[in-house]
Write a protein that binds this ligand. Sequence first.
Ligand code: AHR
Length: 485
Amino acid sequence: MNKITIGKMENAPVINKNIYGHFAEHLGHCIYGGIFVGKDSPIPNINGIRSDVVEAMKQLNLPILRWPGGCFADEYHWRDGIGENRKRMVNTHWGGVVEDNSFGTHEFMELCRQVGCEPYVNINVGSGTVREMAEWVEYMNSDGDSTIAQERWANGQKDPWNVKYWGIGNENWGCGGNMRPEYYADVYKQFQTYCKPYGDTMPYKIACGTDGEDLQWTEVLMRNAARFMDGLSLHYYTIPQEWKDKGSATVFSDELYLETLKKARRIDEQITKHGAIMDRFDPERRIGMIVDEWGCWHNVEPDTNPGFLFQQNTLRDAMVAALSLNIFNRHAERLQMANIAQTVNVLQAIILTDGEKMLLTPTYHVFDLYKDHMDATLLQCMVECGLLENGLEKLSVSASRKGDTVMVTIANFTDEATVRIDGISAKNVSGRILSGSPRAHNTFEAPDAVCPEPFTGVRLFENYAEAILPAHSIVALSFEVNSNP
Ligand code: AHR
């Protein structure tokens, strides 16, 4: 039988709720159509922002949202997106479409206000200037009566927004300027100097990290700029096949399903490898690792704009999310934030829209099942289970505790499995489950084909519990515990 042993950890870290963060870029129909429809739209909205999407985001207690990119961030000039008469530009990265800038700083902050989440703003290093960045920070955070703050008042916002999280560039080794790490480290230091505190808001400054493979980038950034940063990013996408032909989001073999999970599992290795470099320069772990882009990247759906990155989302994607979030929880000591790419209609979206229609993807439901891990204390969790033919463990697990509740989340990748959970003495247990075929997904015609249900396959014994996990299932168990762990 499979066995999970739960126990207390020494100096156990709290799982930063920002690990359950999200990312919305000006890309395809993520912002326009997906989040923002304008005040005059027949789609129900508040100040132009879709109410159905906001409600869905609120339901997840979505903690933080990164914006405006991605690659778009390094061609975005924030002044184009404030006030009347907004400038129209070409979104050269994503489909060459005209961006009318009707969603800008004020609209983003309004979105965060409606959702109740923290904003994370990514500034333009690749094609922007230090002054442009400094003035954006001042525009958003200054409570004085400088000319720039007055401009904000004139645009309808008297109080400063006190934005804490600032990303200084994005993928500056690639779309953000094709820089060498030595060069970027210098540019980073220069930019961050002028990313100033206003009032009580100390900016949390995030330097651009690597896409996973480039250990040298992390080494150079840490050596040259560690003392000037609060966070260092890491991007990791799961591409089932290869970059040129990533594979269909919905049509795939069982073998590719398992291969996809194996590739997703590599994020653990990446966090460990880059974390080890960070540890050498920052043994106290002051600097947060920020996985501000992650998720599955498939081929776009047939007959859609290749530059819009619109893909369906199956139980396979949900498994990748469940596995990744378990890994993130386990790295809670170093990992301070993660943002799945992207919120609506792009890549591994949690929400898809079509005109006035909206659906929640299987990945959305994983965030819902896991949300009680946010701000909980990590528990030790040893897993004894078999390996799949491709060498992957059959189960992925993490556990945390908040008050008298112990939360255990388990992803069972293949056949039905019985699992004994040791180290728990509980009064009650309740659970929810998401399961189906790896290819199962929600459509606008059948939006609830994959959605969570109560899980009844768990029994409590004096000092342990036993659960029968159906094939291809993700289960969240909530134990009301007597004492340990
Ligand atoms: O999320 C899509 C793109 O992937 C982002 O714009 C970029 O940062 C990454 O390469």
